[in-house]
Design a protein around this ligand. Structure first.
Ligand code: AMP
Length: 397
């Protein structure tokens, strides 16, 4: 069985064709600048050379048609016809309060995706365009929606309710949802298997530390808390997002700088995080590390604050679950930055966390990085959101 996984952004479309027999990637690629001049498709068939196809892609529909052509091309194709594709799995950002489980797309599902446009204004419209483009290009094939908010939907009310007037929850569904759901679901499940934990009871904390960053706590693979909220702005310090701040900061900046709420929210989303803290050095953690090595004080503070915030969330989630069996690190920073992992864990000695420095000297490979006598298992677990979406799609069809 072959499953096509689609992840649409407002002007981009990422895809992977996965053979579910051995979960191998047969081809993957990226359409960039959809609807903008200079659009191109980068197609990477397994075992063949990568190709770049520069062609106008005015809509997601034309992008999907180009992807289909590339997948079936005599030169760089990997399938003879679309008959070989059993189903398409889509990453969809927001399912609101309605959907937690992945679901085969029908008109009701599309209506909910549309109703959630204001909860995910950049992603939901693009996700729906991707689904409709696949429906047009491959009529009759099942499309499955896998929600980025899905994993967080098992949070109990005490974790997802904001302490604001209840009418806003009733009227506008304002609550904490959490994001990076497919990553947290995949990494917590794989960590349970890899660390040999009880699949029903294991208490796992996943630290998804990339340009966007979030932490989740799960028991037996079910999320009980996660650090992002109504939007991905809440929680950790990220590349460009502030994470948690006193909401009064917004009003204060508005008044002092003569800005409106939208402008300040834009600053908190796009100009804050380690980028903002370092006065604009970079949103890329490698650049911040280099700046720190050159003696830049702001870079040092930004990295210290990032590590400190992650450690505080791990402490909070250990309390929330009354214990923790395993802590997993994933995504760009989590998988590559051994110093960051070590520094976060140095706050956790009181839990009996001990890192094996030799084992921790690793990148991007599933590894037990805790010492044999550590009370909590600590693992590096590379994330694979596409595979998680493909598995969900297979399960549903
Ligand atoms: P992601 O969003 O998961 O793709 O992660 C991107 C982030 O991972 C970027 O900020 C990169 O700087 C960061 N990253 C990649 N390699 C390293 C590394 N060796 N040390 C620190 N950060 C890294």
């Amino acid at each position: 069985m072959k499953i096509l996984v689609i992840n649409c952004g407002s002007s981009s479309l990422k895809y992977q064709l996965i053979d579910m027999a051995d979960e191998s990637v047969i081809a993957k690629g990226l359409c960039e600048r959809i609807g903008i001049e200079g659009s191109k498709l980068t197609h990477e068939p397994a075992g063949k050379d990568k190709v770049v196809i520069e062609k106008a892609m005015p809509t997601h529909q034309t992008a999907i048609e180009l992807v289909m052509e590339a997948l079936q091309s005599p030169e760089h194709g990997v399938i003879k016809s679309t008959d070989e594709i059993s189903a398409i799995g889509h990453r969809v950002l927001h399912g609101g309060k309605v959907y937690s489980d992945s679901i085969v797309v029908n008109e009701d599902v599309k209506r909910v995706i549309r109703e959630c446009f204001d909860l995910g204004p950049l992603h939901n419209p693009a996700n729906l365009m991707g689904i409709e483009a696949c429906e047009a290009a491959m009529p009759g094939k099942p499309n499955v929606a896998v929600w980025d908010t899905g994993f967080g939907m098992s949070m109990p009310e005490k974790a997802y309710m904001y302490a604001i007037p209840h009418e806003y929850y009733e009227k506008y569904s304002i609550r904490r949802y959490g994001f990076h759901g497919t990553s947290h679901m995949y990494v917590s499940g794989e960590t349970i298997k890899f660390a040999g934990l009880d699949p029903e009871k294991a208490k796992v904390i996943v630290c998804h530390l990339g340009n966007g960053a979030s932490v989740s706590a799960s028991i037996g693979g079910k999320c009980v808390d996660t650090s992002m909220g109504l939007t991905p702005l809440e929680g950790l310090i990220m590349g460009t997002r502030s994470g948690d701040v006193d909401p009064a900061v917004v009003q204060f900046i508005c008044n002092k700088e003569g800005k409106d709420v939208n402008e300040v929210l834009n600053i908190l989303n796009k100009k804050s995080g380690v980028l903002g803290m370092t006065d604009g050095i970079s949103s890329d953690f490698r650049d911040i590390e280099n700046a720190k090595a050159d003696g830049n004080h702001l870079a040092e503070v930004a990295l210290d604050a990032f590590v400190y915030r992650v450690a505080k969330y791990i402490g909070a989630y250990t309390a929330a679950m009354n214990g923790v069996d395993a802590i997993a690190f994933t995504a760009g920073v989590g998988e590559n930055d051994k110093v960051g992992r070590k520094n976060i864990c140095s706050y956790l000695e009181y839990l009996g966390v001990k890192i094996d420095d030799e084992a921790n000297n690793v990148r991007g490979k599933r590894t037990m990085i805790s010492a044999p006598d550590s009370k909590v298992k600590v693992v590096l677990m590379p994330t694979n959101e596409e595979l998680a979406i493909a598995r969900e799609t297979k399960r549903l069809i």
